[in-house]
Write a protein that binds this ligand. Structure first.
Ligand SMILES: N[C@@H](CCC(=O)N[C@@H](CS)C(=O)NCC(=O)O)C(=O)O
Length: 262
C-alpha cells in the first residue's frame, strides 16, 4: 500500500508553531485530520499531554497503511523532515538530496539539500531561542508586570535585551539576508518554497514587527538594512498556501487565533 494511504492527524494549538505544520500538510497535498486546542492561561491544555508527554504542539500521529498503531511525532523540525521524506516526492518541499553520480558519498549532497537540512535544525536551534528570549524579556516591560515594579523590571529587561538578544538578532538577520542573496531564488534553498521556509514562517511572520524594538539599529532600521529578509517574510505571509492554512482554521472556528501573541 502507498504511503499516501497513511492516516495523518495534526494536534494543532492556537497561536502556535502548529500553523507551520498545517501549511506543510496543505503543500504536501495529503489528506489529514485536524484536532484543535485552545490555550489555557497562555499554555497548552493538559489534554495535549495525553498525546505526547511534553504536552506541546505541534504533534502529529501517523498511522501506517494496514496498521492500527499510530507513530506519534513531536518537534517541528522532525515532523517536517518525516512528512517531506514520506510525502514530498512530487512537491518542492524537499530538495533533491544527491548530486548525480554522488549518491551516498560524503560531500555528494546538493547545496539545496544541505541548506534545507541546516534550516530544519536552525529553526529551533538558533532562531526560536533568540526570539523567545526577546519575547520573554519584552513581557517584563509590559502590562503583565504591576506598574510599580515595571521601572525596575524594564531596566533589567533592557540590559539583558541589549547584551543577549540584540547582538544575536543582528547576526541572525544579517545571516538570513546573506542566505537569501546567495540561494539563487526567492527562498532559502533556491527558487522554490520548501519545508524549511514553511517551518520558519510562523516565527518570522510573528516577529517581523518586533525586530525594530530590539535595539538601536544603524542606517534606518532593520527593514532598510535587510531588505531581502523582510521581503522574504512578506512573501511567506502572502503565499497562497499560508493564506489557505489560516483560512482552514477560520473555517473551523472564526475565534481560533493563528497569530502570536493574542
Ligand atoms: N521545540 C518544539 C517547541 C514546541 C512548543 O514549545 N510549542 C509551543 C507552541 S508554539 C507550545 O506548545 N506552548 C504551550 C505550552 O508550552 O504549554 C517544536 O519545535 O515543536
Amino acid at each position: 500500500m502507498a504511503d499516501d494511504q497513511a492516516k495523518v492527524k495534526l494536534y494543532w494549538l492556537e497561536r502556535s508553531r502548529a500553523q507551520n505544520i498545517l501549511w506543510l500538510l496543505e503543500e504536501l497535498n495529503i489528506p489529514y485530520e485536524l484536532e484543535t486546542f485552545r490555550r489555557v492561561n497562555r499554555f497548552a491544555p493538559p489534554e495535549l499531554k495525553k498525546v505526547h508527554p511534553l504536552g506541546k504542539s505541534p504533534v502529529i500521529s501517523v498511522t501506517p497503511p494496514g496498521s492500527a498503531e499510530p507513530i506519534v511525532l513531536a518537534e517541528s523540525g522532525f515532523i517536517t523532515q518525516y512528512l517531506c521524506e514520506h510525502f514530498g516526492s512530487e512537491t518542492t518541499m524537499m530538495p533533491k538530496r544527491w548530486k548525480d553520480g554522488q549518491e551516498g558519498k560524503v560531500g555528494g549532497e546538493t547545496e539545496q539539500w544541505l541548506r534545507w537540512q541546516y534550516f530544519l535544525h536552525y529553526a529551533e536551534g538558533s532562531l526560536m531561542p533568540m526570539l523567545y528570549l526577546g519575547m520573554v524579556l519584552g513581557a517584563l516591560k509590559g502590562p503583565t508586570v504591576p506598574f510599580f515594579l515595571r521601572p525596575i523590571t524594564s531596566l533589567v529587561a533592557n540590559q539583558l535585551i541589549a547584551k543577549l538578544v540584540f547582538p544575536n538578532a543582528k547576526k541572525q538577520l544579517a545571516f538570513l539576508e546573506q542566505q537569501l542573496e546567495t540561494s539563487g531564488g526567492d527562498y532559502l534553498c533556491g527558487p522554490d518554497l520548501t519545508g524549511a521556509d514553511v517551518l520558519l514562517s510562523f516565527a518570522l511572520i510573528t516577529a517581523k514587527d518586533s525586530f525594530e524594538a530590539f535595539g538601536a539599529w544603524d542606517e534606518g532600521g532593520p527593514r532598510k538594512l535587510f531588505p531581502k529578509f523582510f521581503a522574504y517574510i512578506d512573501r511567506l505571509d502572502a503565499h497562497p498556501g499560508h493564506k489557505k492554512s489560516v483560512e482552514k482554521i477560520k473555517q473551523i472556528d472564526e475565534t481560533l487565533g493563528t497569530e502570536f501573541p493574542a
